[in-house]
Structures are given as structure tokens and as C-alpha cells.
Design a protein around this ligand. Structure first.
Ligand code: C5P
Length: 232
């Protein structure tokens, strides 16, 4: 049987904050041996670079310059070894997960149309004949509307908050439960209502609610959808 029904394996995984999409997308890419890209990490890396260079979050010209020159490399050992996100010679994975970067990214950076255009273009440039697993908010609606496999992850607010809490602690960021819940609510609202590139489930996306599923079960469902003969 021809792998991926003879199509280029372009797989998009969208969903709200802490819906588990990053881990699932990374696992899919690894199992299927396809390159992986996190568009959320790209927006976060623009924020981090701007903060390091003391660029104001309202200085659109400078922000767009950063976005256009952004070069990220997603590397790392096989699961469960942590992934590395290399930017200007450093692994920025932990740093970009901070609550301050999450806040500045959704309130400022993700709202700048030219920053969005630069990230859309850079993401498209990652697609080769090997295919791509791309995760984010607008991968299925704006970046790759013709992708043959589209997933939209959802999860109850409670499960997402729990997941985010664990991730933040693992990354060494201390936050109170109240500020975590407030931040998630605000980010959900901003991500769903921004004029360009809002979080959107396309009618042709496969909806996956993983509130009551173990990660391996969700992964199995997704893999079978992509390749019905996959052995999970
Ligand atoms: O997915 P992640 O939580 O890392 O994304 C960080 C932020 O980047 C999101 O809250 C959103 O504001 C922005 N983003 C976006 N479009 C994408 C991916 C992320 O606006 N495709």
C-alpha cells in the first residue's frame, strides 16, 4: 500500500493553549518521520528576542524585522527526551514558556499583521516533499488551508489548566493558580477574537476532544486517521 495514500504528508494540528497539541504534533512527526514546526514557538521567539533587545512591544517596525530574520531549529532526542528549540545558538524552549512571554505574545506580537505574514511565509517555506507536521492556531485556516490532514484539539478548561500548571512547574516557572487561570482565560479570548489568524476550527478539520483520553490514546486515534494501517 502507498504510504499516505500517495499524498505529501502535510498534517496540521490547531487548538487552544494547553490543549496538548504541541506534544501530540511532535510525537506524530517523530513516529511518521516527518519534519515538525511549532508556529506558537515562532511567535514566542519573536517576543523573547524583542524583550532581550529591549524593543518596545508597540514598535511594529522593529518587531517585523525580528520576525523576518527569525531562524529556529527544532531538534532533540527521541521522545521522551526533551525537544530543543535553537535560536541564535541557544536552546530557548524553557525561556519561551514563561507566563510573561505568553502574555506579551498574545496581547502584542500575534496582533501585528506583518509579523503574522512573516511567520506564515516562514512556516510555508518549511514544507518539502518529506511533508510537515505544523501546529498552532491558524495552520489549517490560513497557513495550509489545503492540508490533507487537519486536526483541531480541544480539551475542557479544567484539563487544560491542569496541563499548563504541570508544564510551567516542569519548566521551573512559579505561578499562582489564580494568575494561571486568569492568564488562560485572557489568552483564550484574545486568540479567538484577533482580527487576523484567530483560533478557528475549519469545517474539514477532525475534532479531537482529549479531556478524558490518555496521550497515547489520542495519538493512536490521530495516527489511524492518517494511516489506517499504522501499528500503535
Ligand atoms: O501555541 P502557543 O501557546 O505556544 O502559542 C503562543 C501564542 O502565540 C498564542 O497564545 C497566540 O497568541 C500566538 N499564536 C498565534 N498563531 C499561531 C500560533 C500561536 O497567534 N499560529
Amino acid at each position: 500500500m502507498r504510504r499516505f495514500q500517495g499524498l505529501t504528508p502535510l498534517i496540521v494540528v490547531d487548538g487552544p493553549a494547553a490543549s496538548g497539541k504541541s506534544t501530540l504534533a511532535r510525537r506524530l512527526a517523530e513516529i511518521l518521520d516527518i519534519p515538525f514546526i511549532s508556529t506558537g514557538a515562532m511567535y514566542r521567539a519573536v517576543t523573547l528576542t524583542a524583550m532581550r533587545r529591549k524593543v518596545r512591544m508597540t514598535d511594529h517596525r522593529a518587531l517585523v524585522g525580528i520576525a523576518r530574520h527569525l531562524r529556529l531549529k527544532f531538534t532533540g532526542g527521541k521522545w521522551p527526551a526533551p525537544m530543543k528549540i535553537m535560536c541564535e545558538g541557544r536552546d530557548i524552549l524553557r525561556e519561551i514558556e514563561s507566563p510573561e512571554i505568553s502574555r506579551n505574545t498574545s496581547t502584542y506580537i500575534a496582533n501585528v499583521p506583518e509579523v503574522r505574514s512573516a511567520i506564515v511565509e516562514a512556516t510555508r517555506n518549511h514544507l518539502t516533499s518529506r511533508g510537515l507536521v505544523a501546529e498552532g492556531r491558524d495552520c489549517g485556516s490560513v497557513i495550509f488551508p489545503a492540508a490533507p490532514w487537519k486536526f483541531f484539539m480541544s480539551s475542557s478548561f479544567q484539563s487544560r489548566a491542569h496541563r499548563r500548571w504541570i508544564d510551567l512547574r516542569k519548566a521551573g516557572h512559579q505561578v499562582s493558580l489564580k494568575s494561571l487561570l486568569d492568564d488562560m482565560e485572557r489568552r483564550d479570548r484574545e486568540d479567538r477574537t484577533r482580527p487576523k489568524g484567530a483560533l478557528l476550527a475549519m469545517p474539514d478539520a477532525w475534532m479531537v476532544d482529549n479531556s478524558n483520553l490518555e496521550q497515547v490514546e489520542t495519538l493512536g486515534l490521530m495516527l489511524r486517521r492518517i494511516d489506517p494501517d499504522a501499528v500503535v
